[in-house]
Design a protein around this ligand. Sequence first.
Ligand code: PLP
Length: 400
Amino acid sequence: GFAPASRISTIGVSEILKIGARAQAMKRDGKPVIILGAGEPDFDTPDHVKQAACDAIRSGKTKYTALDGTPELKQAIRDKFARENGVSYELDEITVATGAKQILFNAMMATLNRGDEVIIPTPYWTSYSDIVEIAEGKPVLIACDAQAGFRLKAEQLEAAITPKTRWVMLNSPSNPSGAAYSAGDYRPLLDVLLKHPHVWLLVDDMYEHIVYDDFQFVTPAALEPVLKSRTLTVNGVSKAYAMTGWRIGYAGGPRDLIKAMAVVQSQATSCPSSISQAASVAALNGPQEFLKERTESFQRRRDLVVSALNAIEGLDCRTPEGAFYTFSGCAGMLGKMTPGGKRIETDTDFCAYLLDDAHAAVVPGSAFGLSPFFRISYATSEAELREALTRIAKACAALR
Ligand code: PLP
């Protein structure tokens, strides 16, 4: 019979995909399910980006490219880092991969030896710990609760560092919490890292353009030049430019690390898609005004969702600074009985109830390493959001 390798044996199919599959199946059966689980913008890729891809195909940019990114795209990324983040990287300090997910994968495969530790604040994007485990490292999960704004505290970081610590992974704004680190939030953490030169910092800036209420996005390599020589700044076009399917992510970091990551990539994919790279050049070099408009639309939806959730007794939703997720506490629902006579013991039970009863698909905090919470993705129309929240409120009121 078949037996998987031990390196993947601890990694289950993601809870998010399981709920998604159940929700889709219910939809096929004619149930009016509203899916609030998707991690992608509901906008379309901008026309000028699509046009650049068509031009690339017609002009024969259809072959293997340089291993970790075309010179044109690396230049566009270099300009982006300088223009938007105030960080200067040389071209050989930049790498491009098939999504930021592959950037993370390359980085972990290139740096972790068996048992090396990676500090990951929770709630976290599930792939962080799974990728660390595939690379035979050890995720060290640190719970960051809602009272702390879902942010890691300096004392927690200090206490978690051991001689085996290789990386700390930070994500701002965060999937799933929407919490973001201001310069002031970052400072004490960077001060801790300055004292521990063997610890490297991976920052995932994927949602940098989706921030609200005049929040000032910053990235650590700009804040602390001393740490830049051991920081990997990860970003991508997926969320900012509604390009999830194009599969382009990128990073800036120290030359030796970037080179080692290219070794991994050379035996995995050879290079990212030539056509998607050409499209990404257009995205990064092209007009940026539409980002503001889209963010304003996300902010209206955030406000709608946060106030509707907080109006429900037993739920507690912190207002996120960015991304397109809310992460609400549901401790007040635990121990209650559903009209069908089932007791809600966990956030997973609560989410199963919302799917069955309210036909609203949301993801339990357990999928992100922090309970009892649940995540709503509000990257969907205001009409659908209103309908889903009305149903959720009704389902919650029916609990005894
Ligand atoms: N980082 C975070 C925090 C994410 O939420 C995602 C996607 O959900 C990614 C990275 C990966 O993005 P991609 O592989 O599409 O570039």
